[in-house]
Design a protein around this ligand. Sequence first.
Ligand code: UGA
Length: 441
Amino acid sequence: MYNIAVAGTGYVGLVAGVCFAEMGHQVTCVDIDEDKVELMRSGGSPIFETGLEELMQKNYKADRIEYTTDYENAYRSADAVFIGVGTPEQPDGSANLSYIATVARQIAESVESDTLVVVKSTVPVGTNDKVEQFIHDFLVNDVQVEVASNPEFLAQGSAVKDTLEAERIIIGTESTWAEQMLQEIYEPFKLPVVSVNRRSAEMIKYASNDFLALKISYMNDIANLCERVGADIQDVAEGMSYDERIGSKFLNAGIGFGGSCFPKDTKALDYIAQQNNYELKTVRAAIDINKSQKTKLFDKAGDRLITFDGLKVAVLGLTFKPGTDDLREAPSLENVPQLLEKGADVFAYDPVGTDNFSHIHPEGKRGKGSITYALNAEEALEDANVCFIFTEWGEIKAVEPDDYKKLMRTPLVYDGRNIHEVDAMKQAGVEYYSVGRPSVE
Ligand code: UGA
């Protein structure tokens, strides 16, 4: 078993650290945020993730994991330091590597024995060569430090499961020493390991995420065409899914992909291509389609209604997908401000995302309109003139077609996640628009 330090306790770092501890390694998670470290020491998780808190508490009790701001001590005694800090998007689409650079420098100044540095964060191809050079430039002691790439494939909401039962572990190394150590660290997971060179590992991460984004944008594109030719995207997707070469996952059309990964990683690869004098036309198309998809229903509703001014608008779902409180690149963030600007009185409901959303849009009068946070879907729908569905939470799927008819002043629903049956809405007498399916007018 190895002594592992993990830099950064966001989704990637914390989940990796806890899972390494669960596999028997000795783990120290490092974060600069004192409050976060205190919270984790007392058994609380700074992120909402199924099963994470239990595993944190179990491994903390068993003395296999600790949390600290003292990076020097943590890195000094580690066999391997995993970097899981953020690489946020910059205005030009490139990845901001300043957090990685800060950690790399701290490692260089702290390590006192040979250390493997493993980058889990998503970074542009070639970055890990630079990180290694950067560490060598700042090394204080006469020790060997090598950098390996080990991209992360977890999805929010199922992060622990995705890590413990990953479909594959990608390790990108430039020496047998690094490869062997990573093979041994992952040995207890009993999962398929694909060992490649560092640049290929970096590319696998982008190519995988962008392929999934492409799949979604493709289905959204086809869905838009389905609406025009009278086909139903859900039937089309089902028919396609029996072909194993296509597969059944990520075929759901809707109001576009959000989150901290697909929007950022599509733009980053597009940027990398441009930097290398190449035009990545497929990825560019996925980005463009996603942009217009996000406000598609708002635009449609704008055509149907004379004005949003003074209307009560129910918004069901704020997070970018169910199972997380994360709002990054969520369709709600594009649509709600536009509704407020047009004078709508928004009544929003989300099972867990309300707190985060109210930090951005505090309850009360906002410009010409106003926003109120409802405790449940029914409260949001009560007396509403129009309803938008942005996230397919179980609590929102549980709203019955009859409820819209009963609760709303005018049962007019724009469903961005295709959660209701078209026929059932028709029978209930709801005017219903979804994505890529016949509408009920
Ligand atoms: C994504 C990938 O699924 C992970 O494999 C990857 O590790 C992660 O990014 C990352 O790079 O860290 P995540 O962003 O958490 O994970 O969420 P997904 O479940 O993939 O959903 C992303 C977006 O696509 C959501 O807005 C979702 O609503 C949308 N989506 C997904 C669709 O519109 N249609 C689908 O069929 C599937």
